[in-house]
Design a protein around this ligand. Structure first.
Ligand SMILES: Cc1cc2nc3c(=O)[nH]c(=O)nc-3n(C[C@H](O)[C@H](O)[C@H](O)COP(=O)(O)OP(=O)(O)OC[C@H]3O[C@@H](n4cnc5c(N)ncnc54)[C@H](O)[C@@H]3O)c2cc1C
Length: 504
């Protein structure tokens, strides 16, 4: 236990990576320190540790923080480092110099100050699901919020949520109280990254994007200053769609919740061994039919190689537009499964996805208003997907309340009039398959770019998007740069697609 070690012992162990910090399940603090055989004899340890005053000083500071229970710093030599280094996307490997496991806002302030002092770049991690690994870096400092995942009710409609709360945890807490926030479907995604980039899912057509339910937040900025803001503040505007690792570290969100329906229906249609012509026809029909869906419905066109799955979900009563879509899809597809009413909590779990890290490449493939946007290039795209096992082209419905003037005014999210969001996905197990799929992936993205698809979802980033500033943020970008200047004037928070300071 920590009490059985003197401060000097702990310094020695940390410097040589001999301290194993046992960090148990989410939300608990590290409680034990153990020596490791490989750390060398105590004398050796002491001599090595004495070598550098600078290191000693830094570690002394780390100890100070440890004593305060606010943050624990892990260096590459610490055995626990490997456990926190990884991300959901196994295809991306980064090695930060220091991982700051933060427990409190004060711990985040401390980590920001250490980064400024040591001249380290900073990345911020909540759920670790960034497609492009934007929540980590090489040789910098990662502010890891894994243990800041609590949910607290302020009253029966308002909640405070820490950023590393995962969606499964969110639904587990809210649904028994018959409330919800319109978040995404994958159980492992963090509330932090999801909300700051927008966030959409089954309930967005009814209640807006995840960020539209945000009523306040706490942020530590690039100078280590703490801001508590709410409602119409400019920082709220920026963090509703543009807040991912750009201005500071959000340490708490405040959300309004909405009534949760009791039951959920999932209807599925399958079509097999598709030709390009049939896939195109089905996609066109999907666009036409889904326009008449009520707000309580969500629909997705998912082409996985030669097999199509069309999903239509609903959580309210019968509706003529919904029935027309179900009837027509049943005629057009090879297999129809009309779902029964399932309790919402149980139904959502089916969409949580795999919890363990995967090899994949995913990215936005454009936001569209209608089939017209892709008409000229879709045959080429469908042909490549149909020919490639492991490639998925998906189109999801947006629309409904997402396109509300009040939400438009209060957020930097620029794509509210686009009724569809598409995504290209590739999954593989072997390296050679990965190389081939990523090449196909890039070819398809290039087709979209060539054909003028230029609006993209920030939460589905791709390092290869040309003019990503406009693609993600549209006309909001210039104002986001001014907000960057106000909160992170030294550009402490940056990664390949972070909001840049305005040109002088
Ligand atoms: C399997 C899977 C399913 C998905 N499903 C959906 C879905 O249904 N709907 C949807 O809208 N999106 C979905 N996404 C995309 C998801 O919204 C983004 O990947 C999101 O950014 C992940 O957030 P995170 O906290 O898990 O990731 P992280 O990797 O921790 O963070 C992502 C980005 O946000 C920044 N960030 C995170 N926390 C903070 C913070 N506290 N303060 C400041 N910046 C921060 C990071 O620096 C990084 O740039 C999915 C992604 C995956 C991999």
């Amino acid at each position: 236990m920590i009490e059985s070690y003197t401060r000097r012992d702990f310094v020695r162990l940390l410097v040589l990576g001999g301290a194993a910090l046992f960090l148990p399940a989410c939300g608990e603090r590290p409680e034990q320190l153990e020596t490791q055989n490989s750390a060398g004899s105590p004398d050796q340890v002491l001599n090595d540790a004495a070598d550098s005053n600078a290191v000693d000083q830094q570690v002394e500071e780390i100890i100070e923080v440890w004593d305060n229970d606010d943050v624990v710093f892990l260096k590459q030599k610490n055995p626990e480092y490997a456990r926190y280094k990884g991300r959901f996307n196994k295809d991306i490997s980064k090695s930060p110099a220091l991982i700051a496991l933060c427990y409190t806002t004060a711990g985040v302030v401390r980590a920001v100050n250490i980064a400024r002092q040591e001249g380290l770049d900073v990345s911020v991690k909540s759920g670790g699901h960034s497609f492009e690994g934007f929540s980590s870096n090489d040789n910098g400092l990662v502010i890891d919020l894994t243990f800041m995942n609590a949910i607290t009710w302020e009253n029966d409609q308002q909640v405070r949520i820490q950023p590393a709360c995962k969606l499964a945890q969110l639904y587990d807490e809210l649904l028994p109280a018959k409330r919800l926030i319109p978040a995404g479907s994958c159980g492992g995604v963090g509330v932090g990254g999801l909300t700051l980039g927008g966030g959409y899912g089954f309930f967005s057509r009814k209640y807006g994007l995840t960020c539209d339910s945000l009523t306040g937040l706490t942020m530590v900025d690039g100078r280590g200053r703490v801001h508590e803001v709410k409602n119409d503040h400019e920082l709220m505007w920026a963090c509703r769609g543009g807040g991912n690792g750009n201005f500071g570290v959000i340490t708490e969100f405040r959300f309004k919740t909405h009534p949760a329906p009791q039951h959920f229906y999932s209807h599925r249609f399958k079509a097999y061994k598709l030709t390009v012509e049939r896939a195109r026809n089905l996609l066109e029909q999907y666009f036409l039919l889904s326009r008449n869906l009520p707000e309580a419905c969500f629909s997705a066109f998912v082409l996985n190689g030669k097999t199509l799955t069309l999903l239509v979900t609903n959580y309210e009563g019968p509706h003529a537009g919904l029935q027309a879509m179900l009837d027509r899809l049943a005629e057009l597809c090879d297999k129809t499964t009309i779902g029964n009413a399932v309790p919402l909590e149980k139904a959502l779990k089916k969409y949580y996805g795999r919890p363990d890290p995967l090899y994949f490449k995913n990215a936005s493939a454009g936001l569209y208003r209608s089939f017209d946007d892709v008409e000229t290039c879709i045959d080429l795209v469908l042909e490549k997907v149909i020919q490639s096992r492991g490639l998925i082209y998906q189109v999801n419905t947006l629309g409904g309340k997402i396109d509300t003037p009040e939400f438009e005014r209060q957020s930097c999210f620029p794509h509210r009039q686009e009724l569809y969001l598409s995504e290209l996905q590739a999954y593989w197990e072997s390296e050679s398959h990965g190389v081939e799929l990523k090449q196909r992936f890039d070819e398809i993205q290039a087709i979209f770019v060539k054909n003028g698809i230029d609006k993209q979802y920030r939460n589905y980033p791709n390092l290869k998007f040309p003019n990503w500033q406009q693609a993600y943020y549209g006309r909001s970008y210039a104002k986001l740069q001014q907000i960057k200047l106000a909160y992170d004037p030294d550009n402490l928070f940056h990664y390949p697609q972070s909001v840049a300071l305005p040109a002088e």
